[in-house]
Design a protein around this ligand. Structure first.
Ligand code: NAP
Ligand code: ZN
Length: 352
């Protein structure tokens, strides 16, 4: 076992602060990674503040972070995919049983025995797993991704959650040319959704509560932007969407968006607000519309997404911060004041 520097929260209301955490010595299948950048996902904030207590109660101390890029420092004797010096990335999962039908289908995100990157029982050390707000991590090679050489690393980190979480449902729902696609909430996930829908050649409409994001939305690839508080603007799109991706982190009226779907249209929730949302049955019945959700994506699909980003030159628009600014970053995240993802430069942890 070895010690690593990290930032952790000790209770739902504490600020994140410097801490030391254990990391296992790499086994034969493990890759040890020096973390260079870690994105800040709104899920980190939900988890740190125990906002999902009914579904995934937080165990403290909690070290969040599941948008990880870094460099391999050690590779176990059975590791074939990586060698020291290689770039590597880790997302929201670090293990799964590898034998269930979901794993065999490459859909590890549905494995009943998966291990999430943080706040999940750690099979190796006991306690819970610790995430990427840390100088290093040790992960089974099956859950380590290859990073395209041409991409900026700070902007690549958020692809590991915000990227795959928006790419996967779009591929699943056949987003492409001739489809009208809505993206609700221009945050970390939403702005990746816009980039992917545009790259997949759909007609993209962004719904935002923030009028000051309109120009950015167009630059990111939106064909149209709707200020969602404006009922007239919303009404113009009634019954017209094939697919809407809802990436909002807080309570909001999803019926307003269900009504914008055409016959057999689908709204997929990727946002995970703290409180349940209310759904009008009539909105779904009329038009045979459907409402679904989607969690991250499988490992093979995550690699496919990274390769797609390499081919299309897609990264996240990031504001790079030192770890010492993480608490301030959380406050800004709550105000929807980030363009469009914070990426922590983990070299800043050396000063702790
Ligand atoms: P984020 O960067 O904070 O973006 C959320 C966006 O939602 C904001 O930028 C804002 O967009 C909009 N918004 C915020 N409060 C709102 C309100 N009260 N009413 C209407 N719109 C509001 O968060 P994120 O990191 O993208 O994450 C979004 C959600 O997805 C979180 O709940 C997160 O936990 C969840 N998530 C789910 C998965 C999954 O696997 N399904 C994976 C990662 C994250 P505008 O300013 O444009 O209105
Ligand atoms: Zn995330």
């Amino acid at each position: 076992m070895q010690n690593a520097k990290a930032y952790s929260a000790t209770n739902p209301t504490s600020r994140l602060a410097s801490a030391t955490i254990p990391r296992r010595d790499p086994t034969e299948n493990d890759v040890q990674i020096e973390i260079l950048y870690c994105g800040i996902c709104h899920s980190d904030l939900h988890q740190v503040r125990n906002e999902w207590s009914g579904v995934m109660p937080t165990v403290y101390p909690c070290v969040p972070g599941h948008e990880i890029v870094g460099r391999v420092t050690k590779a176990g004797s059975a590791v074939t995919k990586f060698k020291p010096g290689d770039l590597a990335a880790v997302g929201c999962m670090v293990d799964s049983d590898g034998t269930c039908p979901e794993c065999l289908a490459g859909q590890e995100q549905f494995c009943p025995n998966f291990t999430l990157t943080y706040n999940f029982p750690d099979k190796h050390l006991g306690g819970v797993t610790y995430g990427g707000y840390s100088e290093s991590i040790v992960v089974d090679q099956r859950f380590v991704l290859r990073v395209p050489q041409n991409l900026d690393l700070a902007g690549t980190a958020p692809l590991l959650c915000a990227g795959i979480t928006t790419y996967s449902p779009m591929r699943h729902r056949n987003v492409g040319k001739g489809k009208k696609v809505g993206v609700v909430g221009l945050g970390g996930l939403g702005h990746m959704g816009v980039k992917f829908a545009h790259a997949l050649r759909a007609h993209v409409v962004v719904f935002t509560t923030s009028p000051n994001k309109k120009e950015d939305a167009l630059r990111l690839g939106a064909d149209e932007v709707v200020i969602s508080k404006n009922a007239d603007e919303m009404q113009k799109h009634a019954g017209s969407f094939d697919f809407i991706l809802d990436a909002v982190s807080a309570d909001h009226d999803i019926n307003a968006y269900i009504n914008l779907l055409r016959r057999d249209g689908n709204l997929t929730m990727v946002g995970a607000p703290e409180k349940p949302l209310s759904v009008s049955a009539f909105g779904l019945i009329m038009g045979r519309r459907s409402l679904s959700g989607s969690p991250i994506g499988g490992i093979a699909e995550t690699q496919e997404m990274l390769d797609f980003c390499g081919q299309h030159g897609i990264t996240s628009d990031v504001e790079v911060i030192p770890i010492q600014k993480v608490n301030e970053a959380y406050e800004r995240l709550l105000r929807s004041d980030v363009k469009y993802r914070f990426s922590i430069d983990m070299a800043s942890l050396k000063a702790e």
